[in-house]
Design a protein around this ligand. Structure first.
Ligand code: ZN
Length: 239
């Protein structure tokens, strides 16, 4: 339900464009073209919630490809405009957090945005923990973009949306390693206090589909073997 609402927000906020070249040079993984990526699948693969019955805790990573797909569907956005936005967001790692505790009747007491920021960390593949950037270290354009997204989502989602916090992290850790790359093989972790959400990349929603040469079944691109006959899968589903 929540995801569908978010999707509706984005369709309103953005909407279709040319394929972008941010998904280039991959040899090992075969990527879909941007216009074949399902925004629903992309959101589902980047939005994580705890199964704790007493809390509602969410971390939602917005990778560059999220913007590329959203903007590619937006008739009102020019190719140049989309490229500028993607250039902007690609300098950062953007995660939306929300955290709250259910009361006995189901009312939620939300954690404040300041407190959310204090508990938010990313951990890259080399194990280094990265803190959110101070507001002064985020470009005014990025603050503007984040600020323009916030009320759109908040209006649609009521209390839940109003208690979301957009947290801007650096693109790279102190060693210059990209923390979260949606198209490269790797893993990173979104943390909020003691709560951890590991994310494996490349995101399956960005991969081309695969096919089993034995039984002809088709699979998501992150499958290696056919679960029915164990044949090694090849890229090339009929989509
Ligand atoms: Zn098979």
């Amino acid at each position: 339900m929540f995801r569908l609402k978010i999707f509706a927000v984005l369709v309103v906020a953005f909407g279709v464009m040319q394929p972008l070249e941010i998904l280039a040079d991959e040899s090992e993984v075969r990527l879909r073209s941007i216009e074949d990526v399902s925004i629903n699948d992309l959101i589902e693969g980047t939005q994580f919630m705890t199964d704790d019955p007493d809390r509602v805790t969410m971390a939602w990573w917005l990778p560059d490809e999220f913007w590329a797909v959203s903007l590619a569907e937006d008739a009102a956005t020019t190719e140049e405009g989309a490229a500028e936005i993607i250039d902007l967001v690609s300098r950062y790692t953007l995660v939306i957090y929300v955290d709250g505790e259910f009361g006995p009747l189901g009312g939620v007491t939300f954690v404040s945005p300041e407190q959310l920021r204090r508990g938010a960390r990313l951990q890259g593949v080399d194990g280094e923990e990265v803190s959110p950037l101070a507001e002064a270290d985020v470009s005014p354009d990025m603050m503007l973009l984040v600020g323009s997204m916030r009320p759109i989502i908040a209006n649609m989602l009521g209390a839940f949306g109003q208690n979301m916090s957009f947290v801007v992290f650096p693109r790279e850790d102190s060693k210059g390693q990209i923390i979260a790359d949606a198209t490269a093989a790797g893993e990173f972790t979104m943390k909020l206090g003691e709560t951890v959400f590991p994310v494996k990349t490349p995101l399956p929603s960005l991969l081309a589909g695969k096919r089993c040469g034995t039984c002809e079944r088709e699979y998501q691109g992150d499958y290696q073997y056919c679960p029915y006959d164990r044949a090694a899968l090849q890229y090339g589903a009929s989509e």
